[in-house]
Design a protein around this ligand. Structure first.
Ligand SMILES: NC(=O)c1ccc[n+]([C@@H]2O[C@H](COP(=O)([O-])OP(=O)(O)OC[C@H]3O[C@@H](n4cnc5c(N)ncnc54)[C@H](OP(=O)(O)O)[C@@H]3O)[C@@H](O)[C@H]2O)c1
Length: 337
């Protein structure tokens, strides 16, 4: 291992992980064609740099992402923390729709399928990917807790839950991490979810910390710049006039980047990482990439510290973003708070 990054614990009894994880979704799903060889090299490079938390879900490519990761996990089982998720699936007749299930029989069949695809005996961190409001959270987390007792899962996580849902869940079983979108563009979890997590000793795992690539300047109009079928074409803030207006919000990020001799993406990642100090809780962002040089660039952002003046310059951005982060905001905790 070269020049490893610091580590932090997820939750009071959760796994110890490098302060930046790796989002593996794009290797099989959502963001256009992926080069399997480059993705494999990215996984290996990440590990060399001290990245230990690898994030997938049964939904990504309908199981394909878990299958793709299995050989990497097998080769490095003792060095990696495997995080996967249940609850979401895509109906075969409409790729734009999502089905959410939180009921015990569904969870039981989902965990067996994930264990099989990942080719492991135990999942290190098992998340509820989305909340099905028709099932009491106590029932869902109760079943997840049984999986821990049965040795199928080590630690529990929840994605896009409200503060109240998190409190109710924690009363049933310790929750190691809440995974939610958190970036310079998406700060709706800060008023309620983040304080609840801090109070309960739960870590935050920000997903899409690079704004799904928008914050790197990699694209502006998803509806024009990205390929057919790319899921970002469904996100209101990345399409049409919203996207054009939002691109202008990157100007202060550019100024800060210049001052540090860094990229826009590195400033976006440093900002998320610094939320740990601002809010007083462990924060482990999971930027997604399929390229080894980008994982190097992203990991290097863990060594950037933004000044108070720079943080103040970046502060107004999220409040000025045009368009929501999902077409249907009930898909995010902020839509239910
Ligand atoms: N819980 C949930 O509901 C949820 C939702 C979304 C995502 N996630 C998880 O969070 C992970 C990360 O989120 P995300 O992938 O949506 O968004 P992200 O990390 O904000 O951005 C990923 C995008 O940025 C590009 N990128 C990464 N590093 C870059 C760099 N240094 N320079 C330029 N471009 C760069 C990637 O392209 P390349 O891949 O081509 O490098 C990709 O298009 C996912 O992989 C997934 O595991 C969870």
């Amino acid at each position: 291992m070269t020049d490893s990054i610091p580590t932090v614990r997820l939750g009071e009894d959760g796994p110890q992980v490098g302060v930046q994880g790796l989002g593996c979704m794009g290797m099989s799903f959502g963001y256009g064609p992926a080069d399997a060889e480059a993705s494999r090299a990215t996984l290996e490079r990440a590990l060399e740099l001290g990245v230990t938390l690898y994030d997938t879900a049964d939904m990504y490519g309908s199981g394909e992402n878990e299958r793709f990761l299995a050989p990497f996990f097998k080769a490095h089982r003792d060095e990696v923390v495997i995080a996967t998720k249940f609850a979401l699936s895509i109906p075969p007749d409409d790729p734009t729709k999502r089905i959410i299930r939180n009921d015990p029989p569904y969870i039981r069949q989902a965990v067996e399928a994930s264990l099989q695809r990942l080719e492991v005996d135990v999942i290190d961190l098992y998340y509820m990917h989305r909340r099905d409001v028709n099932v009491p959270i106590e029932e869902t987390v109760g079943t997840m807790a049984e999986l821990v007792r049965e040795g199928k899962v080590k630690h529990l996580g929840l994605s896009e839950v409200t503060a109240d849902e998190l409190r109710a869940a924690q009363a049933v079983h310790p929750i190691a991490a809440v995974q939610s979108e958190w970036s310079l563009f998406s700060r709706d979890i800060e008023p309620k979810v983040v304080p609840a997590a801090r109070e309960l000793g739960v870590a935050l795992v920000p997903y899409s910390p690079l704004g799904r690539g928008f914050l790197t300047g990699g694209f502006v109009r998803a509806d024009q710049d990205l390929t057919e079928g790319d899921t970002r074409r469904m996100i209101p803030r990345f399409t049409g006039d919203n996207a054009e207006a939002n691109a202008a919000l990157l100007e202060p990020v550019r100024a800060v980047a210049q001052a540090h001799g860094a990229s826009l993406g590195q400033i976006a990642l440093a900002w998320v990482q610094q939320r740990a100090a601002v809010h007083g809780l462990p924060v482990v962002p999971i930027p997604g990439t399929r390229k080894p040089t980008r994982v190097e660039e992203n990991v290097a952002a863990t060594r950037i510290t933004l000044t108070e003046e720079e943080l103040a310059l970046l502060e107004p951005i999220a409040g000025q973003v045009a368009g929501n982060r999902y077409a249907d905001m009930s898909f995010a905790s902020a839509g239910r708070e």
